[in-house]
Each structure stands twice: as C-alpha cells, then as structure tokens.
Design a protein around this ligand. Sequence first.
Ligand code: ADP
Ligand code: ASP
Ligand code: MG
Length: 691
Amino acid sequence: MERMFSVLKFGGSSVASATNMSRVLDLVEKEASGRRVILVASAISGCTNALLSGDPAQVDEMEKRHRSIVKRLFTGGEQLAVQQRTDALFRELREAPEEEKVTYGEILSTTLLDAKLKAEGYRTCWLDSRELVVRDDEQKTFANIAAAVSAAPEVEVFVAPGFICRSAEGRVCTLGRGGSDYSAALYAAAVQAASLQIWTDVPGIMTTNPRQVSRARTIPRMSYDAALQMAGHGAKVLYAPTVAPAMQAGIAIEILNTFAPEGGKTVISADVRETGPVGLASQEKGSVSEICLVHSSELTRAEEALTQAGIAPLRLWEEEGNLLLTVRPAVEKMALQALHRAFFEVLPVKEVCLFIAGYGAVGKALAQMVDRTGPTVEERTGKVLRLVGVANSRQYSIDLGGHPGAPCREGDYVAEVCARAPKGSVFVDCTNSETLYQRYPELFAAGLNVVSSNRRSFAVPYATYALLHAAARENGAFFRYETTVGAALPILESISRGTNSCDEVLSIEAVVSCTLNQILGDYRPGGESFASLVRKAQEAGLTEPDPRQDLGGRDALRKLLILAREAGVRLEEEEVEVTPVIPKELFDVPMERFYEDLEAAEPLFAAAGREADVQGFRRRFVASLEKTPSGGFRAGIGIRNVPPVHPAYHLRGTENAIIVRSAFHPYPLVIQGPGEGAREAASSILNDILR
Ligand code: ADP
Ligand code: ASP
Ligand code: MG
C-alpha cells in the first residue's frame, strides 16, 4: 500500500538561520521515517518585507544572510554548488519584474532545505509551486499536485515553496501575506494527507497573541470554525484561507512550536464543539483596532471588564456568534489584557473538604459562613469549600457529597475522617475538648490539615506542642489556630511573621481576657459591686461555666503560652507567675458561697479601684512576657494599672489589645479590636482555612 503523506509547513522564524533550519530538518527527518513528507516553507523571516520594500540595499542584506546560512549548513563541494545556485537566484531576482521579486524568498529558503536533505541522502524533489498552485482554482491545484507527486513514487521528501503560485492567466503571483499556511493546506488536501502540521514560533493558537498578553495560553483543541474566526479576526498564527481546504478534506490541522516541539500545540478538527469563549483576536481596521472575542456573546461581562480597566470602547456589538469591539489603537493592548483577565484567567478551582468537630455556636457559625460566602470565596481565592463532616461530642455525620446534615452516628469520628477524607481536606477543631489534640498527628498522617479554635489543646508542655507542629510539617500539612487568641484579630500571624524574618520579640503585653476587660471596664468604686458585675458577665455567657476559671487567669495563661511559643519562646506553664483577681480562699468554696464571699471582698476591689483613680490610671488584666537583661524571659498574669498613654487604657467592652515590642522597631506593634464572638471566631477559622 502507498505510504501516507504528512505535510509539514515551517514559517519564517522557523527557517531564519542555519541553526533553525537544522531543527526543521531534524523534525522533517523524524517524520520521514514513517511517512512520505511534503515540506512547505516560508521565506526566512524578514525576507518578504525586504523584497517588497523595493530597496536594493535590503536585497543585498538578504543575500548576505542566505550566504551565511549556506556557509554554516554546507561544506566543501556541496557548499560551492549551493552557493552558486543561490547566487544565480539572486541574479534572477534582481532582473525579475518588480511584482515577481517577492516570490524569490520562498524559492531561496526551499532551495537550501532541499539541497541539505539531498546532501544527507534523502530522495527529494523540489516542487515548483508557481507551476502547481493556481490561485483561485483549488481543483486545478489539487490535480496538478497529485500528478506531480504520483510522477515521483521514489521520492521520500517533497520540498515546496509556500506563498507563491500562478494566476489562471499564468502570471506568477502570491496567495497573500501569511499565505504559506494556505499552500500547506492545498498540498495536504491534494494528497489526502494523514497529517497537516503548521510549525511556527508559538505553542499553537493561544487565547490571545502572547506578544500582547503574556498570560495567553495554548488552546489545545479547536473546531474549524473557531480557528477560522480567530484567524479571520487577526490571529496571524494561522492564515484564514488555510481552514477550508483542510476541513473539506477532513484533515486535522496541528499548530506546533518549532522551538519546543514537545510543548503545547493546537489540534483543529471536526470533533470539537466549543461551549464558551475561545479566544481574543485583534487587527487594525483603518484608524481603530478591532478586537474579537470569538464564540461569545457575553456583552455585559466584556463591558464590565473594560470599564474596570478604564477603557470605553468606541463600539461594541455582536456578530455571527462573536463579540466585536473597536478601541483606539493606543489602548488595544490594555483592552486585550482586561478582556483576557475577565474571560481566560479564571483560576482553576480547587475543592477543599471541611470536617468540623464541635457543632456549637462557633461550628454552626462557620457552617453558615461557608455556605453564605461560597461564591465570593471562589471568585477571590479559586477555592470551593465543601462542608462534608460535622460532629458534636457524641455523634457525627459525614457526607462527601456536601450534605452531612446534623450529627447522628455514633462512633469514632476522627478514625472515620482519616479513612474517608480526600487528601488536603481540613479538620476544624472548634470543640472545648482537652484531649482531641492528641489525635491531630493521626489526621496529619492521613493527609489532612488542622485548623483549631480550641486553645485547651495548647496548654500542654512545650514538647507536646512542638510534636504537633513536627507531625504537621512531616506530612506537608498546615496547622493553624489564629482564633485561639483574640478571635478574629490577626495576632498570631503578625507575631510569627516577625519571628520568621528573624525579628526578636522583646515583650508582649496581651489584654486578651474578654470577661475581665468587660468587668474591669465597667467597675467603678462605690458603684455596682465587683461581685454583681461578675454575676452579670456569667449570665451573659461571657465567662466559663465557673467564672473563677477566668478570674484565676487560666484562660489568659493558655493564651500567653500560645503567644510566647509563636514568638519562639519555649514558655512552660510553671514559669508564668499568675496573680489571681480574687483572693485565693475564694477558689475553694462551693459555687453558692462564692458570690457571697466575693461580695464580702468588695472593700478590697473598691480600695484598689480608688487608688488607680487617684493616679489617673485604669485597671486592666494583662498577660505579659518580657525579655530580662540576662536573656531569659519573665512571664506574668495579673491586674495592672495602666496610664492614659498605654494602648490598653482606651479599650471598650470586650475589646482585646496586644502590644508587641521587637528588636527591629522603635515603636510597638499594637493590634486592637473585637476579641470575641462566634461570628468573629468563624471568620478567623475561615481565614485560616483559606490562607
Ligand atoms: P510564521 O512565520 O510561523 O507563519 P507568524 O508570524 O505568521 O508565524 O505567526 C505567528 C505569530 O502569530 C506569533 O509569533 C504571534 O505573535 C502571533 N499571534 C497572533 N495571535 C496569536 C494567537 N492567538 N496565538 C498565537 N500566536 C498569535
Ligand atoms: N513569507 C510570506 C509572508 O511573509 C508568506 C508566509 O510567511 O506565510 O507573508
Ligand atoms: Mg504565518
């Protein structure tokens, strides 16, 4: 059986130098090992323009470039012969009628390629496109080519100049600028080629011209129509008339990059149907630039994108399934960039599955927030969050489809999560559990990340804390807990950023007990008693079930441990000097007696309050860490009188403040704002998930 044909066309830059021609020949020779090849080539880059310029100096320059290619491509007697042939062609060119001069570019380049293939031992045949290709008569052209090819059954590689042809009247002429692509399609259709490859200097047809928009990307598969629209509206990577003969012959067109053959490419064929916008093409139309968004009618979206970029199109309309607009040439590039961003730079969406543990106020607020913010989050971050698991302390529910419902199954939630979670899922601990953290390493090992708002997990010895971090690191997982101090305030992140950049924390003052900030802020000596304010706070749900947990500084201690460790200080619980807000004896009495005894201690609070008032200070519950002159750290928790210049002086209600002094900066970093609330906690967790 007759071996099938491949038609390979190489553009001007692909044959621009001896080095490039060698690449071309490598590609051709590879193809020739399995098929008969028709090699179609353009003139070397710049040649057509030079010949059209009518400037003899430019012709001389071209002669030099061809000579140098010959020198580098051939040696000895071959070099001499090819040089003589080239010289003869340049003599012919200089004497040719003005309108025929332009046709010599392709004759020259293909003459060199043909000679080199012959020199390498291939049976080749140079086809004279001026004889075979008849402009505006494809049938005649097909017949001519088919006849020429069948007349030379021994030939392995035919070499044919692109671009040039003759008219029906027999005059030598061209197929129009960029016409070599079309020549290739004509040769391919004439021999019913199995493959038509257009080799150029870009990896296929891209979403727009990569010279104008660097983020343009290759369109891997296209329909003939989409390719025709792109080409017809100015994407010069393909000459529009190329499409029809290939389509009619049922031949796929491949567009490939000579300079990265294994990289991206476009395949244009009959089995592709685009469903959305394909790409952007642009061309000059008189005094304006016309931009075409191929296969799209999304007028509003285009308008919005342009408005955002501050561009007002001169005209914007729909035509034959495409969106067209004109702009001033000065803003063409900007318009292309804006439209490209809006239509082709949508980030690939990454789905993240969430497993929540602790389905109380915070867990529920988080679930709601994930649900409500979905579209915004997707647009802003390219991530789709899917809540797939929820659990309270007794039951759980998992549905990878995203509808877990309320917790209803008994069993080991963590084990089930480890077994079923897609890698990269996030486990959110918003429980009050004092033991759940022991299972974090299991979760990390199963490919999950952990986000926690549960600070009880951190009131552990430093070694345990370090182990949790190591387990996360070893598994390439993240472990975040911004929520554990100051709810939604970006405190931990700010501290660890400094630590990461080798800034050294000199001191931290944290006014982070919402309960005590509220109580101390409201307290006035002689007014409502301290005991009564504590009771009110308890009733408002601001305290732990036993308010003495707060008054004893337990919660502040946990926060201080976290802060210190984030700052790189290996602080242990025993090293913190805690001065409780209430007399020690009150910790041991039963709850019923507690308020009575607290009321009885009122003179103590009143006296301390008055003393502060006299000095113009305010009383704040401060957890602090301070570098000592000996290089160690001193940590303490207790009430302090702060002067008006102190950032914590002005705190309102349950506000939190944190003041960090560090070696790099003369003034402290102060973060202040709302420090509690289920919604604040949920937003902080969400940000840990998305960060
Ligand atoms: P050749 O000489 O190989 O025929 P052309 O210069 O005619 O090459 O066409 C390739 C050029 O087309 C690229 O270098 C690129 O600047 C331009 N171009 C315009 N639009 C596109 C597009 N959508 N995708 C790829 N290239 C494009
Ligand atoms: N050499 C011709 C041109 O520059 C044809 C082509 O490259 O396709 O227009
Ligand atoms: Mg071209």
